[in-house]
Design a protein around this ligand. Structure first.
Ligand code: FAD
Length: 297
């Protein structure tokens, strides 16, 4: 199934994101997690790609193709480019095609300050162009966007302006960085639409259920913290179980508000934790299209 077609059929599209385990020996537990995640009947699962760009031990392709084949769930394989040669990228595209993968998320990847990068690709739009060149229309391309602006962009406006390069290069669906403040998302979407970006945009939601996630997540995403969120963190500072429950409730409230405001899609960052993802899904499933009611209970 080509992912952009899904967005024409359903609103909202409900998707999940997982990441490959660090060690191949943990692959079995990843598939156990996928088995449980399949209860939510996601429209697709996206599988992240190591930022280092090392293709030799990369398992994104294998995982995406196994999920598609064994669990009958559509997948999106992420692909980063900033640390890859053109040859590496062509090799990965070839592997995706052999594995019957139809959807790829074209990403630049993070640049670690001081680290040497390859510089054959500078931005995600250049990767999207390469994908198009290699397989003209046989792979659908998705891309990332940032409701509060990418951390390297001068302003939200210039970041949105740069998004147009991606769309021009063939990106047909956008998925956002995680955020905790829906008003930032609505503001971003309004501006993007007024600047001529008309592709579907799925909202990235990450339930925060442990205090250890807070600093790391905020640092990496640059997401701002609205008052309700910081109040929740303060209230449950010394109560891990309370934070776990409140974090799930926060994500559910966020997603319900987005769906009521006609968001194109909800993309749940699962952190490979099916228990949390299923709880969030159960909190929103009455608002999802009927055909995807999934497991009971
Ligand atoms: P780009 O689109 O290249 O944008 C990066 C910066 O350059 C922005 O400031 C932008 O405004 C600017 N820019 C873009 N195009 C141009 C241009 N043509 N000319 C000048 N400036 C330009 N990382 C991973 O390593 N693996 C993953 O699997 C992964 N998955 C992700 C999934 C999602 C949904 C999101 C939101 C992020 C993901 N990331 C992943 C992180 C991502 O790689 C980083 O955020 C990275 O810093 C930017 O990637 P990008 O594709 O948005 O880059």
């Amino acid at each position: 199934m080509r992912i952009p077609e899904l967005y024409k059929e359903k609103k909202p599209v409900f998707s999940l994101e997982i990441f490959p385990p660090k060690r191949k020996s943990n692959m079995e537990s990843l598939y156990e997690a996928v088995e449980r995640l399949s209860d939510c009947r996601p429209d697709f699962i996206s599988v992240t790609y190591g930022a280092g760009g090392n293709i030799a031990d990369n398992s994104t392709c294998e995982i995406a193709s196994t999920i598609k084949r064994e669990y009958d769930i559509e997948t999106v394989a992420h692909l980063t480019c900033v640390n890859s040669t053109r040859e590496d990228v062509r090799e990965m595209i070839g592997r995706f095609r052999e594995a019957d993968i139809q959807n790829v998320m074209a990403l630049r990847g993070d640049i670690v300050p001081g680290e040497d990068i390859r510089r054959e690709f500078r931005h995600a739009n250049e990767l999207a162009i390469e994908i198009q060149r290699e397989c003209s229309g046989q792979l659908e391309i998705l891309g990332a966007c940032y409701p509060e602006g990418h951390y390297q962009s001068k302003s939200l406006e210039s970041d949105i302006q740069n998004l147009k390069y991606k769309i021009g290069a063939g990106v047909r669906v956008l998925i956002t960085q995680l955020f905790f403040d829906n008003t930032a998302f609505y503001d971003f979407l309004g501006r993007a639409r007024s600047m001529g970006i008309n592709v579907p945009v799925s909202a990235g939601i990450m339930p925060i259920v442990k205090s250890s996630q807070i600093e790391k997540t905020v640092q990496l995403s640059g997401a701002s913290l609205p008052h309700d969120f910081t109040a929740m963190i303060g209230r449950y500072e010394h109560d891990p179980e309370g934070l776990y429950e409140a974090g799930i409730e926060y994500a559910i409230d966020q997603a319900r508000d987005l769906i009521k405001n006609e968001v194109d899609g909800i993309h749940l960052y699962t952190m490979n934790d099916p228990k949390v993802a299923i709880r969030v899904w159960k909190g929103i499933r009455d608002l999802l299209p009927q055909s995807r009611s999934g497991a009971e209970g």
